[in-house]
Design a protein around this ligand. Structure first.
Ligand code: FES
Length: 107
């Protein structure tokens, strides 16, 4: 994806606070999460054994993997609880009207 490419992936109405949604952005599998009204985007694929995090549980900023229970912070990608030991990538998010756009990985 080019540096400034942002792609519409969903609308705000599809993602109420506390909810997650799986979307594809190019070849990336991305997890959208609504944390108290702010939308965050990170990798959907758990860094431990590749389970889909969108099928796990979101509690505030923390998503728990459905397979072995690793916990990640969706706003930073950081591992909170093992067995995963590698962070998720976090993607840039832009809101335009009702549209949620996802851009390149942050940092
Ligand atoms: S696949 Fe996510 S904790 Fe094992």
């Amino acid at each position: 994806m080019a540096e400034n490419d942002f792609v519409k992936v969903a609308e705000l109405g599809e993602l109420s606070p506390g909810k997650m949604k799986y979307v594809e952005v190019g070849s990336d599998q991305v997890l959208l999460a609504n944390v108290d009204g702010t939308i965050y985007a990170c990798d959907n694929v758990c860094t431990h054994a590749f389970a889909p995090l969108a099928e796990g549980d979101l509690d505030g900023e923390e998503v728990e993997c459905p397979l072995h229970g690793s916990v990640f912070n969706v706003t930073t990608g950081e591992v909170i609880d093992p067995p995963a030991d590698e962070s998720l990538r976090v993607f840039q998010v832009r809101i335009e009207g009702d549209d949620i756009l996802v851009g390149p990985p942050a940092g």
